[in-house]
Design a protein around this ligand. Structure first.
Ligand SMILES: NC(=O)c1ccc[n+]([C@@H]2O[C@H](COP(=O)([O-])OP(=O)(O)OC[C@H]3O[C@@H](n4cnc5c(N)ncnc54)[C@H](O)[C@@H]3O)[C@@H](O)[C@H]2O)c1
Ligand SMILES: CC(C)[C@H](C(=O)O)[C@@H](O)C(=O)O
Length: 829
């Protein structure tokens, strides 16, 4: 954040001044070698994973803040940027390339922006950016995710809750990050018994997973206010019942922490009803995801919440809890504070650099106290809108015409747009010839803390160049078309290519020259070439509060303490030598050496622009200088031959033999001294150079070895995983088969029972029928018998006027006799 840098600039200045070394005849070589600020005592490698959407925007701010905080605490960071999420998909076809995971594992900490976006929403599951993030968390084994939600006094009004509810909220969500429904198996798609498509996941936790996160939560609560609330859904889910049991069991190890349990639905409600009741919350992966997003709104915005994901060993992963916010990406609306605070968590939890972490936290508070706000936390009142810190950037193609900052227009337009600038200076800086390979982001990063002074940037692309110059200008006119651009206004005095102002600067192309006036906050910036490191690191190492430093390769490093800019006063004088001590007036002399200037001022060195050699008036000779060879980069001696000898230069050789001898002796002595010093410097430099080469080789070898080991391990793991996956699949198939067989068995059993029942019923019916038929047969027989008897009786004489009754039944079985068969014969009289 801009203001955080401002906050720290005082300390930076002090540090800076401590490092200054005056340039004098007595100590010219030490200045020439290096005038470094305190060498960083600690070095860390940070893997940056900007990701997608607003990810790169917030990471760029957080990285600058991190660098600066580190710089103030003597910490040097080596940043390595790697792709992840959608960016990695576009680049490599997978959301987490092996190289990214391996770089992350080898670093001291990982800082992630955000992943995801509309573009990849319809991708298959394994090709989604989110899968990359989950793989990263699993790969780094960071099971404990700390998500603090604190309502800062400055942002009470930004909270959607009533002031009295929001004030004082300070809670920590400890989310389990590598288990639960996010990773549980079985998972996938299938069909149910009705042939309908189904999707399924499994919420599963093993005891050890719950125990370890519970311990992290108890430890965290112990360091806070000693209250831990475990959130679950134990009234419904078995995994939650185990969760509750284990957390309760672990509680016995922490008698000083007060443990309570809450169902997640109630917790969601309590968070908005009375969030102050919570101190530390521990919960599973999915509940933690949801509850922390909910908690973020109490604090004002999701753009405020950082997080730290930690494992038992290895680097931690630090990321804001928000996503890639595709709705605001690229519009400079993103709130970078969640990421800046994640960087503070990185320092605190990842590197145990508490002081540097506190600097960032304090700077964030200070920034907010000053009223700076991004749109998401802006509320009407005393705050004013503030963007993420990046200027508006627009790119056009065309040709630029530069107009001289002439004295008349400067003084007449003394009303410069900013009262902080020197009179007559417009707040416009033109950076010429930034190489095309530099992206906006590179350039913004390169500008370091200066970026906060830049409100708008227009990039005019033309040819690719290697040289980059910066100069103040009154106005820049631009147009979209090259044809229009070429028609320069006749009245204007277009900047000629002055041999001193522009061509004269060519000798500065090899290094970076920066100038800053802290107290005036002016916009002075001289960038002669993009430097690999950021200017902060560079400045820390090279810049000192002296007028000039002469670099080994002949280029200049300058700290413009007095704010003078380069103004050509030379009219038509051909420059040949440049005094290395005085800069304001650019003392130049045509032909020969600037002996008069030396006599007047005792400034003993001058630089010959044409050859880049330095003349020493005291030694009366060219200084033996080492320069870096363009071909192999090695240090070689600059040719000391005087090019002015043929032009009648009398200073190198004297015609008076007596004087010559005296001069010779003094010269020899001076040269010997000079040479010895140079030799010592050279040897020292060479030693450093070779040491750094050795170190590089050593580091490279170590990196290669660990890469190879990682690769072998990862290949082995992959093979084993593939085997495991196959076995799991086979088991799933067999399980399915088994399940189906069991189902079939049940069905057949039921069918058999049913058939048996049916058989029994049929048998019973048949028996009944038989019985019935037998009965009928018997009755029939009785009747037949009776008929027969009757017949016989009617024949007999005994049968007269009597009533003939059938023979009585033998048994009760006759009850089944049909009614129709009961016949009463009433005898006739
Ligand atoms: N850790 C992560 O990388 C992460 C986290 C959540 C979501 N995502 C992914 O991000 C994408 C978008 O998801 P989403 O819209 O549900 O959630 P989101 O967090 O990206 O955005 C939700 C809302 O909050 C706003 N917002 C988020 N961060 C902000 C910030 N720093 N400053 C100001 N406003 C901010 C957004 O503009 C949006 O309106 C999805 O692809 C999702 O999967 C990634
Ligand atoms: C993007 C997604 C995988 C992630 C999660 O659910 O963990 C996100 O919501 C988060 O909170 O970091």
């Amino acid at each position: 954040m801009a203001a955080s840098l401002q906050l720290n600039s005082k300390a930076f200045r002090t540090h800076f001044q401590l490092a200054s070394v005056p340039l004098s005849k007595k100590a010219p070589k030490s200045c020439r070698i290096r005038c470094a600020a305190t060498t960083p005592s600690k070095r860390y490698t940070i893997t940056l994973l900007p990701g997608d959407g607003i990810g790169p925007e917030v990471i760029s701010v957080a990285t600058n803040v991190l660098k600066f905080a580190g710089f103030l605490e003597g910490i040097e960071f080596k940043f390595q940027e790697m792709p992840v999420g959608g960016a990695a998909l576009d680049l490599t076809g997978v959301p987490l390339p092996e190289e990214t995971l391996s770089a992350a594992k080898q670093s001291d900490a990982v800082l992630l922006g955000a992943i995801g976006g509309y573009k990849w929403d319809k991708n298959e599951k394994h090709l989604k950016p989110e899968t990359g993030l989950l793989q990263l968390r699993a790969g780094l084994k960071v099971f404990a995710n700390l998500r603090p939600a604190t309502v800062l006094p400055q942002l009470v009004d930004a909270s959607t809750l009533k002031k009295e509810v929001a004030v004082g909220v300070d809670l920590m969500v400890v989310r389990e990050l590598t288990g639960g429904i996010y990773f549980g198996k079985p998972r996938g798609f299938g069909t149910n018994e009705n042939g309908e498509e189904i999707g399924f996941n499994t919420e599963v936790y093993a005891t050890h997973e719950i125990d370890r996160i519970a311990r992290v939560a108890f430890e965290t609560a112990r360091k806070r206010h000693g209250k831990l609330c475990s959130v679950d859904k134990a009234n419904v889910l078995e995994a939650s019942i185990l969760w509750r049991n284990r957390v309760t069991a672990i509680a016995s190890e922490y008698p000083d922490v007060e443990l309570s349990h809450m169902y997640v639905d109630n917790a969601a409600m309590q968070l908005v009803r009375n969030p102050k009741q919570f101190d530390t919350i521990v919960t599973n992966n999915i509940f933690g995801d949801i509850l922390s997003d909910e908690a973020s709104m109490i604090t004002g915005s999701i753009g405020m919440l950082p997080s730290a994901s930690l494992g038992e060993s290895g680097p931690g992963l630090f990321e804001p809890i928000h996503g890639s916010a595709p709705d605001i990406a690229g519009q400079d609306k993103a709130n970078p504070l969640a990421t800046v605070l994640s960087a503070a968590m990185l320092l605190k939890y990842g590197l145990e650099e508490e002081i540097a972490a506190k600097r960032i936290e304090a700077a964030v508070l200070d920034t907010l106290s000053r009223g700076y706000r991004t749109g998401d936390i802006y509320s009407d009142g005393n705050a004013f809108h503030f963007s993420s810190g990046n200027p508006r950037i627009e790119e056009t193609r065309g040709v630029m015409h530069l107009y001289r900052d002439d004295a008349v227009s400067s003084s007449s337009s003394s009303a410069s747009s900013s009262p902080e600038l020197p009179v007559g200076r417009k707040p416009l800086v033109c950076v010429l010839g930034v190489p095309n390979y530099m992206t906006y982001a590179d350039f913004c990063q390169f500008c370091g803390s200066f970026i906060r002074h830049i409100s708008e940037m227009r990039i005019v692309r033309f040819v690719s160049v290697e040289v980059c110059r910066v100069l103040f200008t009154v106005d820049v006119q631009y147009t979209g078309s090259i044809e229009h651009a070429q028609a320069s206004p006749a009245s204007s005095n277009e900047q000629p290519t002055c041999p001193v102002c522009l061509a004269g600067w060519n000798f500065l192309v090899r290094e970076v020259m920066l100038a800053e006036r802290y107290s005036l906050k002016c916009h002075i910036m001289f960038l002669m070439m993009p430097f690999k490191e950021s200017w902060i690191e560079f400045a820390a190492r090279h810049l000192v509060a002296v007028d000039y430093l002469l670099n080994l390769d002949g280029s200049f490093l300058k700290h413009v303490a007095n704010g003078d800019n380069y103004r050509c006063n030379c009219k038509n004088i051909e420059p040949s030598l440049l005094c290395l001590k005085r800069v304001g007036g650019l003392l130049k002399y045509k032909g020969g050496h600037a002996i008069i200037h030396w006599k007047e001022t005792q400034h003993c060195y001058s630089l010959e622009l044409e050859t880049q050699r330095v003349w020493d008036y005291v030694g009366d000779n060219y200084v033996h200088r080492l320069i870096q060879s363009k071909t192999d980069g090695k240090l070689v001696e600059l040719n000391a031959h005087c090019t002015h000898a043929n032009e009648g230069c009398g200073s190198c050789e004297s015609t008076d033999s007596g004087l010559s001898e005296a001069l010779l002796n003094s010269k020899v002595e001076a040269i010997v001294n000079e040479y010895n010093e140079l030799l010592a410097t050279q040897l020292e430099n060479q030693k450093l150079y070779f040491e750094s080469l050795l170190q590089d080789i050593k580091e490279e070898t170590e990196r290669e070895i660990s890469k190879a080991v990682d690769k072998a391990v990862s290949q082995k793991l992959q093979k084993m995983q593939a085997k495991l996956d196959r076995c799991v699949k086979e088991k799933e198939i067999l399980d399915d088969l088994n399940e189906n067989l069991l189902k079939n068995q049940e069905i057949w059993k039921a069918k058999i029972i049913e058939m048996e029942e049916r058989g029994k019923k049929a048998l019973k019916l048949k028996d009944d029928n038989i019985r019935d038929l037998e009965e009928q047969l018997r009755v029939l027989m009785v009747f037949l018998e009776a008929d027969k008897t009757m017949e016989e009786l009617s024949l007999s004489n005994e049968m007269k006027d009597g009533t003939v009754l059938p023979v009585p039944m033998e048994s009760s079985s006759c009850s089944g006799t049909k009614e129709g068969m009961k016949v009463n014969y009433k005898g006739k009289s």
